[in-house]
Design a protein around this ligand. Structure first.
Ligand code: PEP
Ligand code: MN
Length: 380
């Protein structure tokens, strides 16, 4: 059960104190307090864990400071969408809004190679109005002898260049909790020219200690990739792990599943799950067409498979795209064969815009069919 408190209820207020005193005396019920920091206000939610069946909704609603009560009938207590649950499906980070109703593109380098490549990438992004990117500094690799990423050594120039080119959010994978400190430290040293979204890669989706570490901090939002060999439910529970530690600014990433049924793609593209994740949870959903497809193969219509699957994810309502580009793919240190070229960026963005417009038209048509006006808020 979730008690949603009146906006701006402070933890040091007498109301909050008497609520906590009351809850502490409920037998067999554990209490956890979460704060959701929205653009306008802070919402405090109190999670009651244990046998809550005997608690009456009306009794709970009448407690001091309580505005609404949601009975959680399903899993994903924090991130899930529950009956009569109108909690937000969007949040903001460093001036960029992430929600189930909008779309952000994170085009960038799979792995940071050289300063020159980073600069060429960011310059192209600015020329095309982009404020987000991906930059891998810590790379989990199949072979221990493969390049493992430049690590903390590249962070200062990556962050400085991001500031120079107006990049507001960099998606960057972390594979160890000490990487969070290294990122924090480098941002501090460079004067916070940009922001970072901590990416948990598919190989670490069930690294529970890492999930707890990114969940304990509130400074950086998290992009959690789906595990490539586990069920969707298991991956959504991994996201809930992060949220259970206090950080609810999480984007859920689809990146394809490991099975030879997807051949000749690197992974079996799972973007049909975009609407499923949006229905089950309040997280914005990211798609990663590069790691799903894994090649620059093109269809006879002239469009690369990466463009096709991106459009499929976007037309299904995806909220974020993580996509590999490289100024000189032959010199890329990781995943060169799947990288798009900088000169393909405007075409890629145009294709994304076409698919997004089609998605918005589909949502509007569905709303009309239900007899709702165009002006009705899109909960898409
Ligand atoms: C990546 O995005 O660079 C990456 C390694 O992705 P994944 O964890 O999905 O393989
Ligand atoms: Mn990669």
């Amino acid at each position: 059960m979730i008690l949603i408190l009146k906006p701006e209820t402070r933890r040091d207020s007498p109301e909050f104190q008497s609520l906590m005193d009351y809850l502490a005396n409920l037998p067999g019920i554990q209490v956890r307090v979460h704060e959701e920091h929205g653009a306008q206000q802070t919402l405090t939610e109190v999670y009651l864990i244990g046998d809550t069946k005997t608690l009456s909704l009306d009794d709970m609603k009448s407690l001091p400071g309580v505005e609404r009560v949601v009975r959680v009938s399903e899993e994903y207590r924090i991130l899930g969408r529950h009956r009569d649950d109108h909690r937000p499906t969007s949040w903001e980070y460093n001036g960029v809004r992430f929600g189930q109703d909008n779309l952000n593109v994170f085009a960038g380098l799979c792995a940071v190679s050289t300063r020159e490549h980073v600069e060429a990438m960011m310059k192209a992004l600015r020329e095309h109005g982009q404020v987000c990117t991906r930059m891998g500094a810590y790379k989990p690799r199949t072979s221990p002898y493969a390049f493992q990423g430049h690590g903390k050594a590249c962070l200062p120039y990556v962050f400085e260049l991001a500031g120079k080119y107006g990049i507001r959010v960099i998606a960057m994978e972390v594979t160890h909790d000490k990487h969070i400190d290294e990122i924090r430290e480098a941002l501090h040293q460079t004067g916070h020219p940009t922001g970072v979204m901590l990416q948990i890669g598919t190989r670490n989706t069930q690294n529970f200690e890492l999930l707890k570490a990114v969940g304990r901090q509130r400074e950086f939002p998290v992009l959690l990739k789906r595990g490539f060999g586990i069920t969707l439910e298991e991956s959504l529970n991994a996201a809930e792990y992060v949220a259970s530690q206090g950080n609810t600014r999480i984007v859920f990433g689809l990146r394809g599943m490991k099975t030879n049924m997807g051949d000749p793609h690197r992974n079996f593209v799972d973007f049909a799950h975009v609407p499923v994740v949006k229905r089950l949870t309040r997280m914005p959903v990211c798609i990663d067409p590069s790691h799903s497809v894994g090649s620059r193969d093109a269809a006879p219509d002239g469009l690369l498979d990466i463009f096709h699957v991106t459009a499929q994810g976007v037309i299904a309502g995806a909220n974020m795209i993580l996509v590999d580009f490289h100024p000189e793919p032959s010199k890329a240190l990781v995943d060169g064969p799947q990288a798009l070229l900088l000169e393909e960026l405007p075409r890629f963005l145009e294709d994304v815009a076409i698919a997004r417009e089609a998605y918005e038209r589909r949502v509007a048509a569905a709303r009309r069919a239900r007899g709702e006006g165009e002006a009705a808020g899109a909960a898409a």
